[in-house]
Design a binder for this molecule. Structure first.
Ligand code: ITT
Length: 198
């Protein structure tokens, strides 16, 4: 059974391919399918935006479609950048710059007030049009410096609770085990398994 993962983010594709490993599915990104459509993320929640992205692609195919909308909520910054995570300081601004800016805005703030979380909403559209979602978080805090070369985006400044390292210092397997994306996608995987009857 073919699954289409509707995203333009190759880091998400890597993580999702790994998380769905072992299930008899093929993951295709939009790029691999030559779908050029750029979806406007006009929703006001991660969940709404995930559904928008999945629906935009579902009209091109009879396969199962999944989409991920995710981001970082920093409590001290009133949950910024939130659903605007990829657009924060401009879509093309390097993450080094975005991460530095968040660290700067938290300068002098003690650890107990540096709490943050990654949120992931996964939407799945079945061939019969049924739409389901799973929303999960990874709780942690913003460190005082960026660290790590793995992962992507805000990973170098995010330190998951219970670990002394950033999520960019984790292997992809370690991160997937505890991450917002890992947790949401494993729920979706169980739904797929049920539907496919295996
Ligand atoms: P698609 O919409 O095409 O899937 P995108 O990168 O634009 O790709 P989002 O709109 O969902 O995706 O933006 C999510 C942003 O939140 C992403 O670009 C990262 O900056 C950040 N983010 C989400 N999950 C993350 C993770 O696991 N680690 C680090 N940053 C993450």
């Amino acid at each position: 059974e073919k699954i289409i993962f509707a995203t333009g983010n190759k880091n998400k594709v890597k993580e999702v391919k790994k998380i769905l490993e072992g299930l008899d599915v093929e993951v295709y990104s939009k790029k691999e399918l030559n779908i050029k459509e750029d979806v406007e993320e006009t929703g006001s929640t991660f969940e709404e935006n995930a559904i928008l992205k999945a629906k935009a692609i579902a009209k091109y195919t009879d396969s199962i479609v999944i989409a991920d909308d995710s981001g970082l909520e920093v409590d001290y910054l009133n949950k910024e950048p939130g659903i605007y995570s990829s657009r924060y300081l401009g879509e093309d601004t390097p993450y080094e710059v975005k991460n530095k800016e968040i660290l700067r805005r938290l300068e002098g703030v003690s650890k107990e007030y540096r709490t943050a979380r990654f949120v992931c909403a996964m939407a799945i559209i079945m061939p019969d049009g049924e739409c389901l979602t799973a929303v999960e978080t990874m709780e942690g805090y913003i460190g005082t410096e960026a660290s790590g070369k793995n992962g992507f985006g805000y990973d170098p400044i995010f330190y998951p609770n219970g670990y002394e390292i950033s999520s960019a210092d984790m292997t992809m397997e370690e991160k997937n085990d505890i991450s917002h994306r890992g947790k949401a996608l494993r729920k979706i995987r169980d739904i797929i398994k049920e539907k496919l009857g295996d």
